[in-house]
Design a protein around this ligand. Structure first.
Ligand code: SF4
Length: 103
C-alpha cells in the first residue's frame, strides 16, 4: 500500500471508533414528547404507530432493524446516530428509519 493510500484511508479509521464511542456513551432515554422526537414522529413502540398518520411506516420496521441503530448488549435501548446524547428503544420507530446497508 502506498503512503498516499494510507493517508486517504486514515481519517476513516480514526472517525469510526470516535463515532461508536459517542453513541455508546448515551445514557438518557429519548421521550416521545421531546421536541427532536416529535420532529420525526418517534414512537417508543413501533407497534403503536398509526400508519394513517405515518405513511412512511411499514410493518416490521423498528429501531432494531434500522441502519442508524447502535445496539447495546443486554439492553432494550440503544444508540441512534440521529440523536446525540439520547438512547432510543430497540422496539421504537421514527420516520427517518432506513434499511440496514450491506457493506
Ligand atoms: Fe429508530 Fe432509526 Fe429512527 Fe433512530 S433513525 S429513532 S434507530 S428508526
Amino acid at each position: 500500500m502506498r503512503r498516499r493510500d494510507i493517508l486517504i484511508k486514515l481519517p476513516l479509521v480514526v472517525i469510526a471508533p470516535l463515532s461508536a464511542e459517542r453513541v455508546s456513551a448515551q445514557s438518557v432515554e429519548l421521550k416521545e414528547t421531546d421536541p427532536e422526537a416529535l420532529a420525526v414522529s418517534y414512537h417508543a413502540n413501533a407497534k403503536k404507530v398509526d400508519p394513517a398518520k405515518n405513511p412512511k411506516f411499514r410493518p416490521g420496521q423498528n429501531c432494531q432493524s434500522c441502519g442508524l441503530f447502535v445496539p447495546q448488549p443486554d439492553s432494550p435501548l440503544g444508540g441512534c446516530q440521529l440523536f446525540y446524547g439520547k438512547d432510543v428503544a430497540a422496539a421504537g420507530w421514527c420516520n427517518v428509519w432506513e434499511a440496514i446497508q450491506n457493506k
